[in-house]
Ligand binder design. Structure first.
Ligand SMILES: Cc1cc2nc3c(=O)[nH]c(=O)nc-3n(C[C@H](O)[C@H](O)[C@H](O)COP(=O)(O)OP(=O)(O)OC[C@H]3O[C@@H](n4cnc5c(N)ncnc54)[C@H](O)[C@@H]3O)c2cc1C
Length: 460
């Protein structure tokens, strides 16, 4: 049996970031990955997927992407980025090793970890198996129905689907992007849209992620009431465009409300389409409003963008919504469930999950001594499960507890990304007028304090 101080499960962005923090604190560890580094980016995403944020933002502080920093990196580039990063930090990753069972010792600290490549005796275990572990498909359409049903993780491209129309269920980032791609490929597409947020891709010359940063939204530490489970429709496809369901309808996609039930080949659709779109618009407009207020208040010289406030008229599918959809009658051969994910800790023999299977934890520290989680949605803040969130502070939180006495490794590098990459790019006038907390006598979320350490760019 191999003895190890800390065993990290999963080598996605979470496992790689955790390894860097453990190494920086001199903690002996190993990262076990059942597939390859960043496996989900390789084999559980569709072919044309690009990162949701531009390359200057969706990265770790310690390394840049090789592509243009305003570009949205393709999924293979993202996977390669994490592979390169793991190599750069000499992360002790063992690929092709699946963790099959984690059991706390009785009467002493630590865990017995059974894997596909032998057993480990680990003092600490960090679960980095991701925020999106197992495809969730609501039990609406029976498997016996005469239609092909797949989850968005199994979708690759339009050519691999059976001939015929496609119903995409889910109006988040995956559903909206897959529906758009199928529509562009000439497919007849139906898109079932539930409650969602659809922030502007860009506004007044700045990307959405920049606004999320300066407005302090990435760093929110509790979800806004009612937004805990609201999906976000955002896309980096085609260089990044705002997801706009009404415009999608204008290009021929038939919008539907929430898919509720199935009976004899007919889907029953809720009458909530307009409510869902209106709520999405309200969120969109409120972000524009907050952005304007921020720009005004801080004297930022950003070009006004009045067109961004235009909301197209309701298309017919919204004003006269379909409430019953006969699948065969509309030639629908495929249903793609873009309905999200659930947790799957079936290898964990520790009493630390709630009745829904979610880990019980405080900022990643579980109730079982020595057991930690990283990268959970809203683990410590909104950005926790995103590349950006790992690159800033969240993955350091458990480490403080892993080794008491170690100073919390608070990197301010994320803020420096804003300063060094975004604000300096051809916008010197703007940069010089950035809010200065020292001058203004207050802290502006997402904008660096004076004297914060600079990002260390180690190159790709
Ligand atoms: C379609 C889609 C697009 C996204 N795009 C972005 C984006 O552009 N930017 C962004 O910041 N976030 C994005 N996200 C969200 C999130 O950042 C990703 O899901 C990311 O992959 C999470 O990284 P992670 O390391 O926490 O988990 P994962 O990438 O899920 O990594 C977990 C790893 O654990 C391994 N594993 C699981 N169980 C075991 C086991 N028992 N033994 C050994 N290994 C195991 C898996 O193989 C996997 O490699 C996206 C999510 C989705 C679904």
């Amino acid at each position: 049996m191999e003895q190890i101080d800390t065993l990290v499960i999963g080598a996605g962005q979470g496992g790689v970031a955790t390894s860097e923090h453990l190494t920086s604190h001199g903690i002996n560890h190993v990262v076990l990955e059942r597939g390859r580094i960043a496996e989900r980016w390789r084999s559980e995403r569709w072919d044309s997927l690009v990162a949701n944020g531009p390359a200057w933002h969706d990265r770790f502080p310690g390394m840049t992407f090789t592509c243009d920093e305003d570009a949205f990196a393709g999924k293979e580039s993202v996977a390669k980025y994490f592979e390169d990063y793991a190599r750069m930090i000499s992360a002790p990753v063992r690929t092709g090793v699946a963790v099959e069972e984690v059991t706390p010792h009785t009467g002493r600290a630590g865990f017995l970890v059974r894997t596909s490549a032998g057993t480990f005796d680990a003092r600490n275990v960090v679960c980095a198996t991701g925020p999106f572990q197992k495809p969730a498909i609501p039990p609406v359409i029976p498997e016996t129905a005469a239609v092909t049903q797949i989850h968005s993780t199994a979708y690759r491209n339009p050519q691999t689907l059976p001939e015929g129309a496609v119903l995409v269920i889910g109006g988040g980032s995956s559903g909206s992007q897959i529906a758009a791609e199928l529509n562009e490929a000439g497919r007849r597409v139906y898109l079932s849209v539930g409650p969602h947020e659809r922030p502007p891709r860009r506004y007044r010359g700045r990307d959405n992620v920049w606004w999320l940063g300066v407005l302090g939204i990435w760093n929110m530490d509790t979800p806004a009431p009612g937004t805990e489970h609201v999906t976000i429709a955002v896309s980096g496809a085609h260089g990044g465009r705002t997801v706009d369901f009404r415009r999608l309808a204008g290009r021929g996609v038939s919008l539907l409300g929430m898919t509720r039930a199935y009976e004899n080949g007919v889907l029953h659709i809720a009458g909530d389409l307009k409510t869902n779109l209106d709520a999405g618009d309200a969120g969109y407009l409120s972000l524009l409003e907050a952005a304007d207020a921020f720009a005004d208040c801080n004297g930022l010289d950003l070009p006004p963008e009045p067109d961004a406030w235009d909301i197209p008229d309701d298309p017919a599918c919204v004003s006269d919504p379909v409430r019953a959809l006969d699948l065969a009658g509309h030639g629908i051969s495929t249903v793609i469930w873009a309905t999200g994910f659930r947790f799957d800790y079936n290898w964990l023999n520790a009493d630390t999950l709630d009745e829904t299977g979610r880990p019980i934890h405080q900022r990643g520290v579980s109730e079982v001594p020595g057991l930690y989680f990283v990268g959970l949605p809203w683990q410590s803040r909104r950005g926790s499960s995103f590349i950006w969130g790992y690159g800033t502070t969240q993955s350091s939180l458990p480490i403080r507890s892993l080794s008491s006495g170690i100073i919390w490794h608070t990197t301010r590098a994320g803020c420096d990304v804003f300063r060094s990459s975004s604000l300096s790019r051809g916008q010197a006038g703007t940069r010089s007028r950035l809010p200065d907390p020292a001058r203004d006598g207050r802290r502006v979320a997402g904008v660096p304090d004076k004297g914060s350490p600079r990002t260390q760019h180690r190159g790709a």
